[in-house]
Design a protein. Structure first.
Lengths: 386, 219
């Protein structure tokens, strides 16, 4: 896996796309294999001489590798600019921070919009179903290519949190510490239900064309926007929505119709939906939500979550949840922590008090930031990192 | 830390270096911080308040937000060398269960309990006929977090019942040097304000000889 076209990370690279050679197969949980494989990634900071300061950051469902730099499509700061940066808990002066676009994604890594070498056309629905473990396997291949054997930390939010748990299960020997934020060890019926609403919205859009929309020169933008709107509600708490919008109207008086949004919250959701379609692919949304729904870490370990972590006793864990997060609630994080304790793993856990819901991951949460800073500091001094 | 709490000093003295320590009700992690720095222990805290846990994390102390009454059950057997329960037992809903769990999780437990048999308690109850409020236990009965008070003798009786061996015992208070005591002596049930016990599991049952002096002055 050394014959790659990327520059050595010791030079001032800040990422790119790793094109794995055709014989480097990504073996998927479904039994299918994916090749050739491309993994898009960004890096911040420099790998030290001991190659001991690498931190892998795993993004959420609709996130991507642009964690701390300006997003090329939206022009906005990276999704975790409050955590990664000079003077912040993940300081590029100290750590070599890597963020990859997941397999199945649409920001440069191989996904359903990539060209199928067999046909020369986009995969569409012929793309194999992928899982969280497949995403992690691809990340491990990237680390191999970067010649990074051990990660100082793997840090994940939401879906990324599921990836870090999978990391602890599949590659515990390659990790020193794990940070799992606002995630769960499995998708609940409610989680699956919301995703199904999103998928049905996409597939009900006439422009979806059975997934082959690109060949027809169209995009199922309406369906994808509705999917985003439904999902976005789950990212906010009721209190946050109420505080932000209440029953405020868009203009004086009601419209007594359906063309224009009456309420500000409608307008906000429409905007969220409309801006999302500019940067996200509908089929990727289907595949990644599927991967999330299939995730159940205990199921592959005899139904006992603790068994998933038994090989990770030398890894230090930090699990964080938000009190008003109802997508992946504190109860889910607590289950993870109890399983870690039962497996004999050292874990820290705190439920951060906030009314901002799941979205608090990306917002200004001082306790989140001080907890991360403290955890990384202690791991750095444990690992002898300057 | 300028003035080291006297009970912390005693715990520090009793804990062996480079051991694994669980502190139940660790607060902001001051004790674990001290033990980590002075004894190189591998510490883990359990704390019910989110702000306490956040403070631990900020100090680099591993801590889990949780409830000693419920969450000890999830720790594996003999995962720690020491389990510390500092002045918290009387706040538990099931102190007996907590004690059993501590001794399952760890080889040794360091448990401190305020002694309700202290003379000030008895005096207040005798003269005023009301629940005592002291410097150590300042809350009125209706708001006290302490829901399961015991005397020194109550505690040693429970230990005997559970087959726990008292390896060491000291009378402690925040501002006076710890004093090593024999908790079986009736006088200590009058004068120890808080007692710190180092407990181990009883070795395979030597027939427990009846202790010479288990009685109190009034019994």
């Amino acid at each position: 896996m050394s014959q790659t076209v990327i520059a050595s990370p010791a030079i001032e690279t800040n990422g790119g796309t790793l094109r794995l050679p055709a014989d480097a197969l990504l073996r998927l949980d479904s039994g299918a294999v994916l090749a050739p494989l491309e993994i898009a990634y960004k890096t911040y900071g420099r790998l030290n001489a001991e190659r001991s300061n690498a931190v892998l950051v795993c993004h959420a469902l609709t996130g991507d590798q642009h964690a701390a730099s300006i997003h090329p499509i939206t022009g906005k700061p990276g999704w975790w600019s409050r955590v990664i940066g000079p003077g912040l808990p993940l300081d590029p002066d100290r750590y070599f921070i890597i963020c990859t676009n997941v397999v199945g994604g649409c920001m440069g890594s191989t996904g359903p919009s990539s060209l199928d070498p067999a046909t020369g056309k986009p995969y569409g629905l012929t793309f194999p179903v992928i899982t969280i473990a497949d995403m992690v396997r691809a990340q491990a291949m990237l680390l191999d290519a970067l010649e990074i054997e051990t990660l100082f930390a793997v840090v994940g939010v939401s879906m990324g949190g599921m990836q870090v748990l999978q990391w602890a299960t599949d590659y515990p020997h390659r990790l020193r510490s794990v940070v799992c934020i606002a995630a769960a060890a499995r998708h609940s019926a409610q989680n699956i239900a919301f995703h199904e609403v999103g998928r049905q919205a996409i597939m009900a859009d006439p422009d979806w064309r059975g997934g082959a929309y690109e060949a027809h020169g169209v995009r199922p933008e309406k369906g994808l926007a509705v999917a985003r709107m439904a999902a976005h509600i789950t990212y906010l708490s009721e209190a946050a929505l109420q505080r932000k919008f209440g029953r405020e109207l868009q203009r004086d008086g009601l419209s007594w119709g359906f063309d224009a949004p009456d309420f500000q919250v409608e307008s906000y959701l429409r905007y969220q939906g409309a801006s999302f379609v500019d940067r996200f692919d509908a089929n990727s949304y289907l595949y990644i939500t599927r991967a999330l729904d299939y995730f159940d870490l205990a199921a592959s370990h005899g139904g006992v979550l603790a068994n998933a972590f038994r090989r990770a006793r030398d890894v230090r864990f930090c699990v964080l949840s938000f009190s008003s997060d109802w997508l992946y609630s504190t109860g889910e994080s607590r289950d993870i922590v109890r399983a870690l304790n039962a497996a004999g793993c050292r874990a820290s856990f705190v439920e951060i008090e906030t009314d901002k819901g799941h979205d608090a991951i990306f917002l200004d949460e001082p306790v989140l930031h001080s907890a991360l800073r403290g955890f990384f500091e202690s791991q750095a001094s444990r690992g002898g990192l300057a | 830390m300028s003035a080291l709490r006297e009970d912390f000093k005693e715990i520090l003295r009793l804990v062996r270096p480079n051991t694994r320590v669980l502190d139940v009700g660790c607060g902001e992690g001051d004790l674990l911080d001290l033990l980590t720095r002075e004894k190189g222990v591998d510490g883990q805290g359990l704390e019910i308040s989110p702000s306490g846990v956040a403070a631990c994390l900020a100090k680099g102390i591993a801590a889990v937000q949780g409830d000693g009454d419920r969450d000890l059950d999830h720790f594996p057997t003999q995962a720690f060398d020491y389990a510390i329960l500092s002045k918290t037992l009387q706040q538990m809903r099931e102190p007996r269960h907590v004690l059993i769990e501590l001794m399952r999780i760890a080889d040794r437990a360091l448990v401190s309990v305020p002694n309700f048999g202290h003379w000030r308690m008895r005096w207040a109850l005798l003269t005023q006929g009301r629940m005592p409020e002291t410097k150590a236990l300042p809350d009125p009965w209706w708001s006290t977090p302490n829901i399961h008070f015991c005397t020194l003798r109550d505690f040693t009786t429970l230990c005997a019942e559970l087959g726990l061996r008292i390896e060491a015992c000291a009378a402690v208070s925040p501002d006076q040097p710890a004093r090593s005591i024999d908790p079986a002596r009736p006088i200590e049930n009058w004068r120890a304000e808080t007692a710190l016990f180092l407990l181990t599991r009883e070795r395979p049952r030597p027939p427990a000889p009846e202790r010479a002096a288990t009685g109190d002055l009034f019994s």
